[in-house]
Design a protein around this ligand. Structure first.
Ligand SMILES: Cc1cn([C@H]2C[C@H](O)[C@@H](COP(=O)(O)OP(=O)(O)O[C@H]3O[C@H](C)C(=O)[C@H](O)[C@H]3O)O2)c(=O)[nH]c1=O
Length: 180
């Protein structure tokens, strides 16, 4: 498995070993042992899956402590531009973001540590987005940042994004008091 330590400290991309043959392909979509060898330790308790049409944008979300979640995200069908924003108060890269294209045909996956807001834009119809979380869903702990905040400067690769009403009213970075 190829491991890429990205510039935002703690964000790690995994490209698993894929076994192709005349029938198709096989890969291990999760190995705690391989994650730990890469320095990623997580008490994975919940798996999520969402399906999105092209142009759907979900995010930027996080859960506040003590329900903060680290995530391991991948795309099982389609393509998505995955974006993480560093919201760790004392981080030298606070407010900076990283965008990684997740592609079902590349099998790549991204580890999003606690202390990051997370979102993605679906680049194809019927994009199946799968992710593991290190804590359970806790609605009262949900927080977020506005996906289109000029201060974040994120190029989502979309002309017209389909966004939930909830996401439209998330705070701008300037008005945000990070819990991390
Ligand atoms: C996240 C979540 C949601 N729900 C319910 C609550 C709503 O009735 C419905 C849709 O939730 P929401 O609109 O928050 O879903 P997304 O906008 O895809 O949210 C996710 O999008 C970004 C990309 C993330 O990283 C988060 O994991 C998550 O916030 O599913 C649950 O029952 N459990 C859950 O863990």
């Amino acid at each position: 498995m190829q491991v890429i330590q990205h510039a935002l400290a703690g964000v790690v991309e995994f490209i698993p070993r894929v076994f192709g043959d005349a029938r198709g392909a096989f890969f291990e979509s999760f190995s705690d042992r391989l994650m730990r060898e890469a320095g990623v330790v997580g008490n994975w308790v919940q798996d999520n899956q969402s399906k999105s049409a092209r142009g759907v944008l979900r995010g930027l979300h996080f859960q506040r402590p003590p329900h903060a979640q680290a995530k391991l995200v991948r795309v099982a069908a389609g393509r998505a531009l995955d974006v993480v924003v560093d919201i760790r108060r004392d981080s030298p890269t606070y407010g900076q973001h990283l965008a990684v294209e997740l592609d079902a045909s590349r099998y790549n996956m991204l580890y999003v540590p606690v202390g990051f807001a997370h979102g993605f834009a679906s680049l194809e119809d019927d994009t199946l987005f799968l992710y593991k979380c290190t804590d359970y869903y806790q609605p009262s702990a949900e927080g977020g940042l506005r996906w289109d905040d000029p201060a974040l400067g994120i190029n989502w690769g979309l002309n017209n994004a389909t966004v939930s009403d909830k996401d439209r009213i998330l705070p701008l970075l300037a008005d945000f008091d990070s819990p991390f």
